[in-house]
Write a protein that binds this ligand. Sequence first.
Ligand SMILES: NC(=O)N[C@@H](CC(=O)O)C(=O)O
Ligand SMILES: [Zn+2]
Ligand SMILES: [Zn+2]
Length: 344
Amino acid sequence: MDAITLTRPDDWHLHLRDGQALEAVVGHTAAQMGRAIIMPNLTPPITTTEQAVAYHQRILDALPTGSRFEPLMTLYLTDTTPPEEVERALKSGIVKAFKLYPAGATTNSDSGVTDLKHCDATITALAEAGMPLLMHGEVTDSDIDIFDREAVFIERVLTPLLARHPTLKVVFEHITTQQAAEFVAQAPDNVAATITAHHLLFNRNKMLVGGIRPHYYCLPILKREQHRQALLKAATSGSGKFFLGTDSAPHAQSAKESSCGCAGAYTAPAAIELYAMAFEEAGALAALEGFASLNGPRFYGLPTNAETITLVRRPQTLPEGYPYAGGESIIPLLAGESLEWSLS
Ligand SMILES: NC(=O)N[C@@H](CC(=O)O)C(=O)O
Ligand SMILES: [Zn+2]
Ligand SMILES: [Zn+2]
């Protein structure tokens, strides 16, 4: 196959940041995706509908002229988010989900939830409203190895949560393990997952063999090959529970290439090309449209995009970097390397 036409995809997990950084990155996603679920982990985080409405407008203002890209907003759940916020979110028409960050689990998660027992009334309201709870699914206990934090989250947090709220719509975001893929596959239809392109393409060797490569450092951290294979199997299985979420997470070059580098891989500029590379490796290009363009809208109860995009087998070399905020550069994953597919 030398060309594939797909319904225009959406990105169900994206970081756009704010200010100059937002202006630097939003065009990359808007050139490919119809819509994206926008993460609320700004500093300070987007915890109210009012803040989300203002952030939504800043994103629209930063878009290239003529772009029809639609940002779908999320609210950052805290220990003190009131149940009434769910009603306000629903009424806004632009907030599509709430996001659970266990406190301390990842970038800008300091205001996250310390214990889900504080959030029971708000989660009940979410379940009743049919509004999804998205989660960064890792425990933060210092005695749990960083490579095990996602699997332990399933036992300690997700399973008890679903036992208390069996109808809650849950998206287990950016899953990275066989345990998570198998858990979601066997769960009821109200449980789904997003998978990033980098977790489909790379195992932890890519980050650690022959030198430490900070642009491959993201959370949840890349895992061993067995897990990558399980993710590929899930993404290409045809199951409607798995869909595209890049977790494209921009950080300035100096913040990544540092003695204490930030977590996050910047994949937005060639997101769909990276997914095509992964699906082709699995011999499953025919399953790409379901994963990238159909399963997400179905789970969120939204229409699929009316437009299409076409990928062609024409090599492209990714730039070494792009301009970013504060006169810095941002380095995309696979900077300077050649990709097999291009958007026509
Ligand atoms: N994925 C990451 O490594 N980083 C994300 C946060 C997140 O999605 O966990 C970020 O905001 O930089
Ligand atoms: Zn996360
Ligand atoms: Zn993320």
